[in-house]
Design a protein around this ligand. Sequence first.
Ligand SMILES: C[S@@+](CC[C@H](N)C(=O)[O-])C[C@H]1O[C@@H](n2cnc3c(N)ncnc32)[C@H](O)[C@@H]1O
Length: 463
Amino acid sequence: MTSTMNQVDAVQRARNSLYDRFASRISVKESLSRKLVSYQGNKEAPGLRWMKYKEGFSASLVQSLLSQHQAKTFLDPFSGTGTAPLTASCMGMDSAGIEIMPVGNLSARAIVAAANGLNYTNFHYTSQELIASLASKEFETDQLFQHIPITERAFPEQTEQDLAKARKFVDDVCDPSLKTLLTLACVSVLEEVSYTRKDGQFLRWDPRSGRKVSKRWQKAELPTLAQALQRRLGEIMNDMPELQRKYRNAAPTLVDGSSLTELRNLPDESFDAVVTSPPYANRYDYTRTYALELVYLGYDANRLKELRQDLLSATVENKSKRELLLREYGRAPILQHAFQMTDNQSALQEALCVLKQEAHNLSNRNVISLVANYFTEMALVVSELARIVSPGGSVFMINDNVRYHGQEIPVDLILSDFAEQSGLQCEAIWTLNRGKGNSSQQMGRFGRQELRKCVYFWRKCGG
Ligand SMILES: C[S@@+](CC[C@H](N)C(=O)[O-])C[C@H]1O[C@@H](n2cnc3c(N)ncnc32)[C@H](O)[C@@H]1O
């Protein structure tokens, strides 16, 4: 028994020692609820409730993290639907977000459009016209949904035709704010009117789609496009007065692109605060989950594959971006620093070494490259954040630890180590309270039962 424990300790030595280094800064924060750190908290929030972006966190979380800090400028380099930059804007900050998925920035821009200058009566009138246009029997075949293999048969035939009519109607709208809102309305109901459900790693399919599906699962009766749109447009109308009160004059800068290339364009010490949640290292594929929305927005199979590669590596399909980063950054010291941190991070290398030894037992060997790629890219992101945050500035990061083949990857500790090697001080790692009898110490040591879900708080010295 003791010798087995010694063996277990031996393969975890570097991770245990990293845990010991940070142990006094890890604590359970009672106020962090699952609702607060997830999209759940936005379910009732005006504007943020339109697009069900389940990967998001709540505006209340951002507000509570930022309320203690005197920040004037704000950045979220993985801004999704804009929860953080919009909230920071509301709090009077000059804010910015970077997001690679067009679904995210579309949603944020729709909220900004609804709050600023959109004519309420005009919106109401045009919405009614849009719904009325769906009653027509005519549709243009060149407006039909351009399916790719992973979206084929997602909609009943009538819905396919209605989507073509809606697209034609929205295409012909000239006012850019109105067009943005109507596009968002259409995109936001695609899941609801389809035979699919976003479910963990993949889309779940209802057998009525005619696809071969192993599990018998059925959605309730699907609404027609007109019914679903009517509801969403009504919600938008309802939210508008509150949005205008909340977000009027809030105009976050929303960058469409990858943080892996965009962060380097930002000046040193230009942001006082960052609240962000990068993709987790958990194989989750945004391009599969949001395939319907991406295709509606004009993505074909090739562009979707390219987007998958451009996203921060978190799937087994992602290839190394080292060469791409070398092309972007050349011999810039910050990139060399990121590579060195990754290659020399002993807890990470220890976990990778065990996974390589166990490669033949892994359900997918590419999890090894997933983990290596994830940390290489995050090392660069963390280094860039350390550069662009002003002295005394704060970085809050929301992320989950992961486990592959029984090997815990302590994402919180590894990223906090990168932060400290890059000039940020790790002030705290707050974990969610996940049940009785699990002190944070136990959670760290015996991570087999509990994987930490955390908010990290890093601060730049000075200021
Ligand atoms: C956990 S979600 C954050 C959601 C956001 N906090 C919200 O409330 O909507 C991570 C986001 O990172 C985005 N992302 C992935 N790779 C990226 C990259 N290279 N550059 C910028 N954004 C990226 C994903 O599309 C996703 O929206």
